[in-house]
Design a protein around this ligand. Structure first.
Ligand code: CMX
Length: 157
């Protein structure tokens, strides 16, 4: 069912679109919140630990309903994992963009058929229980792209 919070339901079959979230790597969640929540005024939706990614994340709404997506601040839980490695090599900063899909399997199939390198051959469970999959940054023109779908919304994140 199409709802204001389910924009991916409006996408053509097998495509992704709409920024679900912008992932920003931070050394410390409180430092990130001081900028994005306290200074810039984005509303904090939730803080969550994602042990399988070795991160603690904060989701802040890009508008008051969250319909325009979120900023995801990602802080490493230890010196292991993708975010810790990214910060060690490049410092804090823009890490990935996540695009919503109604049918994530169909999007991955299109990308696979086009010869893109998938970091996840099949979707796995990410923050908020969403189904997520990453494309390698070498296939994303230097950008790490996440495709995600929220089973609770029938697709969109
Ligand atoms: N954006 C753009 N390029 C990136 C990148 C990023 N976020 N992370 C790594 N790269 C580039 C590196 O600069 C490097 O490029 P060069 O070969 O030109 O130097 C190349 O990719 C390889 O990077 P690396 O530092 O050697 O790191 P790895 O290959 O070990 O891992 C990646 C990189 C993207 C495959 C890995 O981080 C990954 O699998 N990421 C997906 C999962 C993830 O990021 N989880 C955290 C977020 C979870 C969440 O959203 O909740």
């Amino acid at each position: 069912m199409t709802t204001p919070l389910d924009p991916s339901a409006q996408l053509p079959a097998g495509t992704a679109g709409f920024v679900d979230h912008i992932g920003i790597a931070v050394r410390d969640l409180d430092e990130g919140l001081a900028l994005y929540r306290d200074l810039l005024g984005l509303e904090l939706e939730r803080i969550e630990e994602v042990p399988q990614e070795n991160v603690r994340v904060a989701f802040l709404k890009l508008d008051r309903r969250g319909a325009l997506g979120h900023v995801e601040l990602l802080a490493p839980l230890s010196d292991q994992g993708a975010i810790a490695k990214f910060i060690e090599k490049k410092g804090p900063g823009l890490h990935h963009i996540a695009l919503a899909a109604a049918d994530i399997d169909a999007v991955l199939e299109r990308c696979r058929a086009a010869g893109l390198v998938l970091l996840d051959e099949t979707p796995r469970t990410g923050a908020g229980g969403k189904r997520i999959a990453f494309l390698h940054p070498k296939s994303g023109g230097g950008v790490l792209i996440e495709v995600c779908a929220d089973p609770a919304h029938g697709g969109s994140c």
